[in-house]
Design a protein around this ligand. Structure first.
Ligand code: GTP
Ligand code: ZN
Length: 378
């Protein structure tokens, strides 16, 4: 897996990576940051016309009615950067590209192969826009490509290994360091840092009052990182308030655990969350904005949370959340969710639309926020 992690750094820097699947060798480049000449440059290096690998969410935005899987869109020679953006993550593709032309693009779609799936997995793990420029290396160009691999200019990764990178080595989380950190609302707190084996993400368990000694369900909060809300008190969401309320609630319950998970922007990363905010300012809601960028409603996975609970010896929990998806994910991971306790922030003019989309479209249990009955639990 070592090569995969290095490939992620290369892709984030805008470099080309080679994905190998048996006899198929594919040059891969992130769409984000691709220059004006990216398509013709990659065509020259590979000796073949590049394609664009798009997620099923983005394909649905392009009007593909039956988009269940990712697919590969062969690009015309000389496709410029603006057209790449129009296809990969731009707003209103039909208006930009034209109805007929877009239908032609859709008819040209080809099923994705292992190297294409690998390319998209690498983009997601890299927290880049989930679209990849790919080009099959021709026989004629293979020796030139091989020379760049041999001299260390480029890296090669195996498609099957790259495809697995989204799992991030679940089950191999490293417990790295810890310290006592008294908080305003909970004096006896221990912060324990866990690192994913590929070194890309770190998560923190905040253990309040050393719970989990008996059979009692442990009060637990899973909190996904939100830099803007947690740190700056952004009014666009309710995260900062939820974070502080969770600490106070766990303290009031006698102690428990807060897992602070590196899942910024429901797993799409801060760069993409800021892009999504700008799309929301143009009229989209929180879910549609993510879809325009090629993401699903919620890109989070909770395997690391289950691993952290395992490391802390916690099997039964009282979960502080309004999100049924978190309860289901823990149950799937073998953690018994004995009870749920609601946890609210305040409603304001800036987060009303965000919270109503979560309530109406994503099934979050937020009725009490809108009726003002903030004490209710479910
Ligand atoms: N993509 C995206 N992410 C957002 C937006 N607003 C907030 N977030 C992220 O949404 C996540 C919210 O995390 P949580 O509060 O733990 O989870 P939740 O799904 O709201 O569920 P509960 O709070 O447990 O009820 C954080 O990662 C935020 O960064 C948005 O408009 N778009
Ligand atoms: Zn937030």
């Amino acid at each position: 897996m070592h090569q995969v992690e290095r490939a992620i750094f290369d892709l984030r820097r805008g470099m080309t990576v080679v994905v190998i699947d048996g006899d198929t060798r594919v040059l891969v480049q992130a769409i984000e940051g691709a220059g004006e000449e990216a398509v013709s440059r990659l065509a020259g290096l590979a000796g073949d016309t590049p394609s664009l690998v798009l997620s099923r969410h983005r394909l649905a935005v392009l009007g593909e009615p039956d988009a269940r899987r990712l697919a590969r869109l062969p690009l015309a020679e000389g496709t410029d950067r603006q057209r790449l953006v129009d296809l990969a993550f731009g707003l209103a593709p039909e208006a930009r590209i034209g109805r007929e032309a877009l239908a032609r693009w859709r008819r040209a779609l080809e099923p994705a192969q292992a190297a294409d799936r690998a390319a998209l997995a690498l983009m997601r793990r890299s927290l880049l826009i989930p679209a990849a420029l790919v080009a099959r290396v021709s026989e004629a160009e293979w020796s030139a490509v091989q020379a760049r691999l041999d001299d260390g200019t480029w890296l090669a990764v195996r498609a099957d290994e790259a495809e697995q990178c989204l799992e991030g080595g679940v089950g191999m989380l490293k417990r790295v360091s810890e310290a006592q950190i008294p908080l305003e609302d909970a004096f006896d707190c221990r912060f324990i840092l866990f690192r994913e084996p590929d070194g890309l993400r770190e998560h923190v368990a905040v253990v309040i009052n050393e719970p989990g000694q008996g059979d009692e369900a442990v009060p637990l909060r899973l909190h996904s990182a939100c830099l803007t809300g947690d740190l700056f008190g952004s009014l666009r969401c309710d995260c900062g308030e939820q974070l502080r309320n969770a600490v106070a609630d766990i303290q009031a319950l006698g102690g428990g655990v807060l897992l602070y998970l590196a899942q910024e922007g429901r797993g799409i990363g801060l760069a993409n969350k800021l892009r999504a905010y700008t799309l929301q300012d143009g009229g989209l809601d929180t879910l549609d904005a993510d879809q325009v960028l090629g993401f699903g409603d919620d890109e989070r996975r909770y395997g690391v949370a289950v691993d952290m609970l395992d490391a802390l010896g916690i099997r039964r929990v009282q979960l502080l959340t309004n999100n049924p998806g978190k309860m289901a994910a823990l149950a799937e991971g073998g953690i018994e969710v004995v009870e749920r306790q609601a946890l609210f922030g305040s409603l304001n003019d800036h987060n009303r639309r965000y919270l109503s989309a979560k309530s109406e479209r994503a099934g979050h249990l937020l009725d009490a926020v809108f009726t003002g009955d903030r004490d209710s639990t479910g």
